[in-house]
Design a protein around this ligand. Structure first.
Ligand code: KIV
Ligand code: ZN
Length: 505
């Protein structure tokens, strides 16, 4: 079996998804879960892109223990220096340098000749190699690059010290047959192909990103880049969970394996979905809500007789659990802690009291406490621990002419509570106007989405929203979970407001 390294770019290319914006704490939280999931290399960000990106790459470099940590850099010394500064404390740092090699990119975007591009690769890869033992080079838009020039660019990078070559299908243009041929062509024309790590990086514009990545593996790639849930620029990247499962389920065919801990997949996917505000479509492969649901009578009958008839993946393989729990309002502390630990959470002694109280409150309101409820409870607990502003109370009243009034109390990190009120044309607007007054801010709500975490009328609501700071144009996510949709909406807005405030400090 050949070993395939998994390179996760959820925090870099994934964050290029329109409307997705992780803060540093969220990035560290995701990075730690990616480590548990078994990712080999994490692309933590693009250090020169912004102060926030630099800070996050640095924080991840310090926080992770086993994964290689990489940062993106254009083929420029100032980018490489910035990446070095951000990554120098990582246990195993790597740099990822890229430069476009397709005629269209060189002519219109870079305004550089082929000779200039080759010179820049040689110069900057060598510069990067002086600072890093692991240097990855990506000829951007490789799949639309003239094949012989692609070989020249790749060979130049290798001669200058690149240890990893990534072949990006930047615009999602290729197909499995063609992408496989590119890897074979490189294998035939690069003398040291087997000494170098060759990697795939695919976008999903034509819906072929996973198939293309697998074709690369069949033809010599030993590393695959992608993002959790397939998030990323435009239609997104290769969904890493799909590649991991394809390799596992079809190991007879691919003869390759990854280090991914499959039963951590659902938890990883849920975390990224929640923090990115990008819901997973119900019919999404591997982690969609319908992926293990059998609707037709013939299928149901088959599965009851033998699950193998229609089920190639068991839900437990990827950590999708049976959604009913014998936990209810009479359950004791011990049963609760045991279940929470079974779900993979570690509670410190001092956290047990507070989370158990939350569970009791939940069990008082719900007939059946599901696994999803418990994940949401733990997510709310982690979120609130990290927050500096807490929603203390919320009251609404009808004013007149269809207007609503809100009275909101917010407690800050000094334990001081501020209360204010405002009106709006609806309840949400009244709440948000009030929070704006308390936080002394003017921000724009650019996206608001609500969904029920579980089925049934007693389901908890999860609100995802995006706000924009009109002064800088920066966008911030907020997530709030509560039984009450207005309360969840207020929590989400407050979380986003806190990020705006800390960014503008
Ligand atoms: O899609 C792409 O070309 C990229 C590069 C920076 C590798 O994301
Ligand atoms: Zn990309």
């Amino acid at each position: 079996m050949k070993k395939i390294q998994f390179f996760d770019t959820t925090l870099r290319d994934g964050e290029q998804t329109p409307g997705v914006n992780f803060n540093t704490e969220e990035k560290v939280q995701i990075a730690k879960q990616l480590e548990v999931w078994g990712i080999d290399v994490i692309e933590a960000g693009f250090p020169i892109a912004s102060e926030g990106d630099f800070e996050a790459v640095q924080a991840i470099a310090k926080a992770v223990k086993k994964m290689t940590v990489t940062g993106l850099a254009r083929c420029q010394k100032k980018d490489i220096d910035r990446a070095y500064e951000a990554l120098k404390e990582a246990k195993d740092p790597q740099i990822h340098v890229f430069l476009a090699t397709s005629d269209i990119h060189m002519k219109y975007k870079l305004k550089m000749t082929r000779e200039e591009v080759l010179a820049a690769i040689k110069d900057n890869v060598a510069y990067a190699r002086n600072k890093f033992n692991k240097v990855q080079f990506s000829p951007e838009d490789a799949t639309r690059t003239d094949r012989s020039f692609l070989v020249e660019a790749v060979q130049t990078a290798i001669d200058a010290g690149a240890t990893i070559i990534n072949i990006p299908d930047t615009v999602g243009y290729t197909n499995p047959t063609e992408y496989g041929q590119i890897f074979r062509f490189l294998k035939e024309n690069i003398a040291d192909f087997d000494k170098i790590t060759f990697s795939s990086h695919c976008h999903d514009d034509l819906g072929m990103a996973t198939a293309n990545a697998l074709a690369a593996i069949e033809n010599g790639a030993t590393r695959v880049e992608g993002a959790v849930n397939g998030i990323g620029e435009r239609a997104g990247n290769t969904a890493l969970e799909e590649v991991a499962l394809a390799l596992y389920i079809r190991k007879d065919f691919y003869q390759a394996e990854s280090g991914i801990i499959l039963n951590e997949t659902k938890k990883t996917s849920d975390l990224v979905s929640r923090l990115s505000g990008m819901p997973v479509p119900r019919n999404k492969a591997i982690i969609g809500a319908n992926a293990y649901a059998h609707e037709s009578g013939i299928h149901q009958d088959g599965v009851l007789k033998n699950p193998d008839t229609y089920e190639i993946i068991t839900p437990s393989l990827v950590g999708v659990e049976n959604n009913s729990l014998p936990l209810g309002k009479l359950s004791g502390r011990h049963a609760f802690i045991t279940r929470i630990e079974e779900l993979g959470y570690q509670l410190k002694e001092e956290e047990v009291k507070e989370t158990f109280k939350r569970f009791k409150d939940l069990a008082d309101k719900k007939k059946q406490v599901t696994v999803d409820d418990l994940h949401a409870l733990m997510a709310g607990h982690t979120q609130e621990k990290a927050e500096r502003y807490h929603l203390e109370s919320l009251q609404l009243q009808y004013v007149s002419d269809g207007k609503q009034g809100a009275i909101v109390a917010i407690r800050d990190e000094q334990d001081e509570t501020q209360t204010d009120s405002a009106v709006g044309s609806g309840s949400i607007q009244a709440i948000y106007n009030t929070i704006d007054r308390i936080m002394k801010q003017t921000i724009l709500l650019t996206r608001y989405r609500i969904h029920a975490i579980t089925a049934g009328e007693d389901a908890q609501a999860e609100v995802h929203l995006v706000v924009e700071d009109p002064q800088t144009g920066a966008k911030f996510n907020g997530v709030g979970i509560d039984f009450d949709v207005l309360q969840a909406s207020a929590k989400a807005y407050l979380q986003a407001s806190e990020q705006v405030k800390s960014r503008n400090k």
